[in-house]
Ligand binder design. Structure first.
Ligand SMILES: [Zn+2]
Length: 46
């Protein structure tokens, strides 16, 4: 069962169109820094 993450430890990984993207160091989720909404990340799909 996954443990809810508060995303307290993040690092900026990219900036695009004035938006900072941050990655949570704990759960590796990618967010927009402004609202911490999950962002679709391109990963290997087959
Ligand atoms: Zn997290």
């Amino acid at each position: 069962m996954p443990v809810p993450c508060d995303h307290n430890r993040t690092q900026i990984i990219a900036r695009r169109d004035g938006v900072d993207y941050v990655e949570c160091l704990d759960c590796r989720q990618i967010f927009e820094a402004e609202d911490l909404e999950p962002v679709k990340v391109e990963e290997d799909e087959e």
